[in-house]
Design a protein around this ligand. Structure first.
Ligand code: IPE
Ligand code: IPE
Ligand code: MG
Length: 244
């Protein structure tokens, strides 16, 4: 694990093990600059690169980002194509750099309707990721929290019918999610000013601490991560119990 930075908020006290971020505000960022929305997505992709590196460097174990939802297909074709193009570019770079940087990368969501080229890259990154332990970035792509739960239920039902599944418990059901094996997010951050989850990690967010900020995703910096971690540390996580 990378050493904690001592000159930032991440230097003192307990760190969240898993941070999840809803990457929101790209379109508004572009509009403010009279640029096309796609320019906002390109800027947002750069921000992801910076923030993922920062999270790894301060010793976060998992970073999960919401990049494209099952509802985002409603957007104009050219915007969807531009986002898919950026994701392809990012994944191609990741294939080249993750071995060097020892980063695991997992895509969460249903890949079946994604462009063929993206599916190939997803398989490649998954393959490389099996070589390492350590920091893991998860990118939610064609991801919907409700879709994830329905798929898990269907897969469990199939296994049950085939005699492969035991009793259904919260723990065993978690094993059918895209997020199987990943601890639940301790902290979910939503930049962009909206105070909703928009179908993100419906199952996994049961006891996550939520932090909302007006900063638009392309403007998000390591100082905003520090501020969210500081806020997280002020929270009293009781999980239904009482304060110790
Ligand atoms: C987030 O930014 C990126 C995706 C949802 C793909 P938006 O594109 O939603 O940006 P705003 O909310 O319109 O500003
Ligand atoms: C949530 O952002 C989805 C992603 C960031 C991928 P949206 O911009 O799609 O959410 P709404 O429409 O404001 O709820
Ligand atoms: Mg949005």
């Amino acid at each position: 694990m990378a050493p904690f930075k001592t000159d930032s908020a991440a230097g003192e006290g307990k760190l969240p093990r898993h941070i999840a971020i809803i990457l929101d505000g790209n379109g508004r960022w572009a509009r403010k600059r009279a640029l096309p929305r796609t320019a906002g997505h390109a800027a947002g992709a750069e921000t992801f690169r910076r923030i993922a590196t920062y999270c790894r460097d301060i010793g976060i174990d998992y970073l999960t980002v919401y990049a494209f939802s099952t509802e985002n297909w409603k957007r104009p074709r050219e915007e969807v194509d531009a986002i898919m193009g950026l994701l392809g570019k990012y994944l191609r770079e990741a294939v080249d750099t993750m071995e060097r940087d020892h980063i695991r990368l997992k895509i969460l969501g249903d890949p079946s309707i994604l462009p063929e080229s993206l599916r190939g890259l997803i398989d490649e990154t998954a393959d490389i990721s099996t070589h390492y332990s350590g920091f893991q970035a998860n990118v939610c792509l064609n991801y919907g929290g409700r879709d994830e739960i329905v798929r898990a239920a269907m897969r469990y039902a199939e296994d049950y019918k085939a005699g492969r599944a035991g009793a259904l418990t919260e723990e065993s059901f978690s094993g059918y999610m895209f997020s199987a094996g990943i601890p639940d997010p301790d902290l979910i951050i939503r930049p962009g000013g909206e105070m909703r989850l928009s179908n993100f990690l419906m199952w996994e967010s049961a006891y996550s601490e939520l932090v909302f900020t007006d900063v638009l995703w392309p403007d998000f910096t390591s100082a905003d991560i520090d501020a969210a971690i500081e806020e997280y540390r002020r929270r009293d996580r009781r999980f239904g119990g009482i304060k110790k």
